[in-house]
Design a protein around this ligand. Structure first.
Ligand code: SF4
Length: 228
């Protein structure tokens, strides 16, 4: 059984596939407490669903070959049940991606899955939790994401990227301004903790080979709306 918060259809918001229609399977539970977390409602609760029930709900919402994203919370806390379930999604022909905090080892995730792996920066309060061995198990299709609150976070991300030679790997490196937890009605960058324009200027000044990534769903729907 999987502990599920919600299954819904929306637009993928924060990766190189941003903008693609996608079915999201959001799992319950997280062992981190990022200061800017916008998913605290996943920490508790949800409902138990069998793999068959989740597959049926995905099939109801998806079109053939559609993108399916596994997210949370932290999905890998349910690794034992999750990995066979991902195998079923792949066998059914779906394109599968997974968002993960980067704190759990990821070698058991099938290589066909595009993993979006966070590297937590100091502003999150969780920067010591990255599982460094994950850098050795990433595939070319995987992406690393840094959520940034300020200049110190940017420098942390830039130095991490350069220290590990990540610009030479060709892998997608996503730099994303954190959204305020109390973000309200307006669908504007005023809700970003770090002004994207400032981030763009820093990236250009440093010649950093990375992608400035905005959470596009928060500019399509109001930022406080859940299930989108
Ligand atoms: S890892 Fe994700 S779900 Fe967990 S606290 Fe951080 S932002 Fe929230």
């Amino acid at each position: 059984m999987l502990q599920i918060i919600e299954i819904f259809r929306s637009i993928q918001g924060e990766s190189s596939l941003a903008g693609m229609p996608c079915v999201f399977v959001r799992l319950a539970g997280c062992n981190l407490r990022c200061s800017w977390c916008d998913s605290e409602y996943t920490f508790k609760g949800g409902r138990k669903m069998s793999s068959d029930e989740v597959m049926a709900e995905v099939a109801r919402l998806a079109t053939p070959n559609m993108l399916v994203e596994i997210t949370g919370g932290e999905p890998m806390l349910q690794e034992r049940e999750l990995i066979p379930f991902i195998g079923r999604l792949l066998a059914a022909g779906y394109e599968v991606m997974m968002e993960t905090s980067g704190e759990r080892p990821l070698e058991s995730v099938p290589k066909a899955v595009r993993k979006i792996v966070d590297v937590k920066c100091p502003g999150s309060g969780e920067s010591a939790r990255f599982c460094a061995e994950n850098l050795n198990t990433l595939t070319e299709r995987d992406e690393l994401k840094f959520v940034l609150t300020d200049r110190a976070d940017y420098e942390y991300a830039r130095d991490f990227i350069r220290r590990h030679g990540l610009e030479q790997t060709g892998r997608e490196l996503l730099l994303s301004p954190a959204f305020r937890k109390d973000a309200n009605g307006s669908r504007t960058t005023d809700n970003c903790m770090l002004d994207p324009r400032e981030l763009a200027e820093w990236m250009l000044a440093d010649g950093l080979r990375a992608r400035l990534a905005l959470q596009v769903h928060k500019y399509i729907w109001e930022p406080q709306v859940k299930g989108v």
